[in-house]
Design a binder for this molecule. Sequence first.
Ligand code: NAD
Ligand code: IPM
Ligand code: MN
Length: 351
Amino acid sequence: APKTKVTALPGDGIGPEVMDATIKILAAAEAPIEWEFAEAGAKAFERGVVTGVPRETLDSIGANKLALKSPLETPIGYGGKSANVTMRKYFELYANIRPVRELPGIQTPFSGRGIDMVIVRENVEDVYAGIEHMQTTTVAQCLKLMTAPGCERIIRAAYGVALAEERQSVTVAHKANIMKLTEGMMKRMGEKVAREFPGIKAGQVIIDNCAHQLVIRPEAYDVIVTSNMNGDIISDLAAGLVGGLGIAPSSNLGDQVAMFEAVHGSAPDIAGKDMANPTALLSASIMLLRHIGAFDVAEKVEQALFVTLAEGRNLTGDLAPRGHGVGTKAFTDQVISNLGRNSAMKSRTYK
Ligand code: NAD
Ligand code: IPM
Ligand code: MN
């Protein structure tokens, strides 16, 4: 079968460990992918690449139009740019899709409530536009940039997700009560675009109450669409409801390029210790498989993951009862040995 070329960025911290795990599982599942490895993040910064993303890496992603990316460390301090933001802006990956679903076998205070939502986060505008400077040595200024076309395409992306996954509602989460022009633009665009989709329930909520509702009755949400920084914060919160950052995947979509990654960062506290949970990146790779139309392999890998989580014997430390965690490698081997088995939890269907 013909293989699809995908750029793989092993990244920083736990990045290489979760990338290795994901690639092993996909190879065992005979995923039709040929990996092209590229560098970005800490190593690039160290050799003086100011953006953290070398030219060859941009060219590889630009040519393949697909990437699977591990977390990249963001340099701290004035002047250091985020390599992640660089790539999202360079390829105009304006839609950040972050599904949050209760998974089998993972016990949380919210288990059994049927949490199953998608956060659609605008990914290139807002305070992430990177327009920040020192006005004087004591005055810092940052611009919150939002455009009508930027709001329109992210709202449309949210309705696209709702249609593809046969979801009931799209809720715009915003801070339009305070920022009437920027956040208000997103809210009003939500109302405008909603009229084209009478079959889908349109809602709106102010972002701080959204954070509250996410904890009080998270099962009420279906698709949430929001601006960049709001989405950054509530997606970590929502991940926490269903087991934490170790399991939360995402895609970064533009009109040309799609990049898949975990929601979490480089986790320096557990890096290099065979402790990281590869579920988030593995789940991102399942989104990638569906994106390229490899639905059967996606389903096979997802079901093996569900079976492994449901068994509960080989969970990494973030999910297992204290003292009962296994390593990244042991978890990976267990997923591989479960390939071909099916769990009681069905995969979602996509149209
Ligand atoms: P983090 O997500 O790296 O870690 C937060 C906590 O979650 C830590 O306790 C960590 O051990 C745990 N955790 C994260 N992923 C895990 C996994 N797969 N398995 C088990 N536990 C996991 O957040 P942070 O510490 O705030 O950020 C560290 C660095 O990562 C920063 O430089 C940040 O800018 C960067 N970052 C990058 C990305 C990205 O590349 N997309 C995303 C977020 C943060
Ligand atoms: C994420 C991360 C990034 C963000 C950072 C690393 C730039 O937290 O993907 O959620 O803030 O978007
Ligand atoms: Mn984040």
